[in-house]
Design a protein around this ligand. Structure first.
Ligand code: ZN
Length: 57
């Protein structure tokens, strides 16, 4: 099944902290999750960002 990768971006510092994959057919809304942001040092809201990818280097 095709799934797309999304990056969860911290709303506060804009760091791309997490990558997740989801089935686009099942989930059409923009996801918002509370996740721990290392640069912020605390839990912040993260939103998915389609246009960004985490660089593996
Ligand atoms: Zn942050």
């Amino acid at each position: 099944m095709p799934s797309e990768k999304f990056v969860f971006q911290c709303k506060e510092c804009k760091a791309n902290n997490y990558v997740t994959a989801k089935n686009r057919q099942n989930v059409r809304d923009r996801l918002t999750r509370k996740k721990f942001c290392p640069p912020c040092g605390r839990h912040t809201e993260h939103t998915e960002s389609r246009n960004k990818t985490i660089q593996s280097k």
